[in-house]
Design a protein around this ligand. Structure first.
Ligand code: 1GP
Length: 255
C-alpha cells in the first residue's frame, strides 16, 4: 500500500536539507488499542515523522491488524521494522529489509532474506535495504540474544565506522545503528559522529533513548532519524518533548 511518496525519498530529502527526523517505535506486544490510539493522536500532534512497527520477538499475532488500524487512523508513514521474516504486512508504507552487517550470522545476513524474498516481493511494499548494526548497550537486549551475534563494543568507533562503510559499498540504502530496545546506554555521540562523517547514507539510530536531551545530542552528532520505543511505552507524553528537541536542530547542521 503506497499512499506517500516513497519513504526512502523522504529519508534522502531530509538528509539533504539537514532536517532531522523522529520515529516512534511501536511493539504490538506492548501496547493495547486504547494506548495505540492515544499514541497516534500524540504523534500527529507532535509532527512525528515516521512510525516504526515490529519487535525482536513477537508473541502476539496482531501485527497485521495493528498495521491496518494505524493506516486508517494516521497519516504518518508507517515502516515495518521486522524481527523475523514472519513479521510481514501489506498495510505499511515501507519495509526495512534488515541485514545484520555487524554480526557474523549468515542467517541474518542473507539466509532469512532468501526465505522471505518471494513473500516480500509479492507484498508490493517499498523495500529499503538496510545495513543493521547492533551496538553494545551495556545490557543483553532481546536483539543481541535472538541474533546470536556479538554486538559491536560500545567504544570501538572504528569497527562501527568500517562496518557502516562496508555496508554502504555493498549497496545498502540506509544504516541503522541500534543499541537494542531498553539498552542501558544509548550509542555514544562520538561513535555516531565517526560513522556519520564517513558515509553518505541516511543514518538511523536508536536503543535506550529516554529523554529529549539525549535524542537532541544524537541527532546533532549525525543521526538523521532518531528512534524511540521503550521510553514512550512508559510515558507517551515524551513524544511531544522528544519531537520538539529533535526538530529544534537547525537545518544548518547539515553534514
Ligand atoms: C530498538 O532502536 C529501537 O530496536 C528503540 O529502542 O525501545 O530502547 O527506545 P528503545
Amino acid at each position: 500500500m503506497q499512499t506517500h511518496q516513497p519513504v526512502y525519498t523522504t529519508f534522502c530529502e531530509n538528509k539533504q536539507k539537514g532536517k532531522k527526523a523522529f520515529a516512534v517505535l511501536i511493539d504490538p506486544d506492548n501496547i493495547d488499542l486504547p494506548h495505540l490510539n492515544r499514541l497516534l493522536a500524540l504523534s500527529e500532534e507532535a509532527q512525528v515523522d515516521y512510525l516504526l512497527i515490529g519487535g525482536s520477538l513477537m508473541i502476539t499475532n496482531h501485527l497485521d491488524v495493528y498495521c491496518q488500524h494505524i493506516k486508517q487512523h494516521s497519516h504518518i508513514p508507517l515502516i515495518l521494522f521486522p524481527g523475523s521474516p514472519t513479521q510481514l504486512s501489506r498495510h505499511v508504507d515501507a519495509l526495512l529489509y534488515l541485514s545484520l552487517i555487524s554480526g557474523r550470522n549468515a542467517e541474518l545476513l542473507i539466509g532469512q532474506h532468501v526465505l522471505s524474498a518471494a513473500a516480500v516481493k509479492q507484498s508490493g511494499v517499498e523495500v529499503i535495504s538496510t545495513g543493521y548494526m547492533v551496538i553494545d548497550g551495556g545490557v543483553p537486549t532481546t536483539v543481541s540474544y535472538i541474533s546470536n551475534a556479538a554486538p559491536i563494543p560500545a567504544d570501538k568507533d572504528d569497527i562501527a565506522m568500517c562496518t557502516a562503510m562496508a555496508g554502504e559499498m555493498l549497496g545498502k540504502k540506509i544504516i541503522y545503528m541500534d543499541a537494542g530496545s531498553g539498552a542501558r546506554h544509548p550509542i555514544s555521540e562520538r561513535m555516531l559522529r565517526r560513522v556519520a562523517d564517513n558515509i553518505s547514507l541516511p543514518l538511523i539510530a536508536g536503543g535506550g533513548i529516554r529523554d529529549p536531551e539525549t535524542a537532541y545530542r544524537m541527532a546533532r552528532a549525525g543521526a538523521d532519524v532518531i528512534v524511540v520505543g521503550n521510553a514512550i511505552e512508559k510515558d507517551q507524553e515524551l513524544i511531544k518533548e522528544i519531537s520538539s528537541a529533535i526538530h529544534s536542530l537547525p537545518a544548518t547542521t547539515m553534514r
